[in-house]
Design a protein around this ligand. Structure first.
Ligand SMILES: [Fe+2]
Ligand SMILES: [Fe+2]
Length: 135
């Protein structure tokens, strides 16, 4: 059972961004699977790093669209992205240093964050993106 699954309620109406969110969901599940099956620290570390760079790419594109569409809540939204990057970077770092005791709290954090962020924050830019004709 995946820890988080894509559902229509996550759709922001822009195919490119929906695909990014789907991929992030896949990566969280991959991490969950690796941990549940005790696949080792190395694999977990590499998934966290891949997810970090994927999230950075996604945030950059999303932020560009926010600027383009003149969405007013951008600054606060950018800060949420930064927080996520910081937190994930910290996880990657701790994992690299080997002092990191892997726990499902990490996965829970990632999946809760993504769930809340898409439903509460990303959804807020939907009207501005629509107005701009983004699909
Ligand atoms: Fe976002
Ligand atoms: Fe997003």
């Amino acid at each position: 059972m995946p820890i988080i699954s894509w559902e229509q309620k996550y759709s922001v109406g822009v195919v490119e961004i929906d695909n990014h969110h789907k991929q992030l969901i896949n990566m969280i599940n991959e991490l969950y699977f690796a941990m549940s099956n005790d696949r080792g620290q190395r694999l977990v570390e590499s998934i966290i790093k891949d997810m970090l760079s994927y999230a950075k790419m996604h945030f950059k594109i999303e932020e560009n669209y926010m600027r383009e569409s003149g969405y007013l809540g951008s600054l606060q939204h950018f800060r949420e992205h930064e927080k996520f990057i910081e937190k994930t970077q910290e996880m990657a770092q701790r994992c690299e240093e080997g002092e990191f005791v892997l726990s499902f709290e990490v996965i829970q954090f990632l999946s809760d964050w993504l769930n809340c962020h898409i439903l509460e924050s990303d959804m807020k830019y939907v009207p501005a993106f629509k107005e701009k004709g983004l699909r």
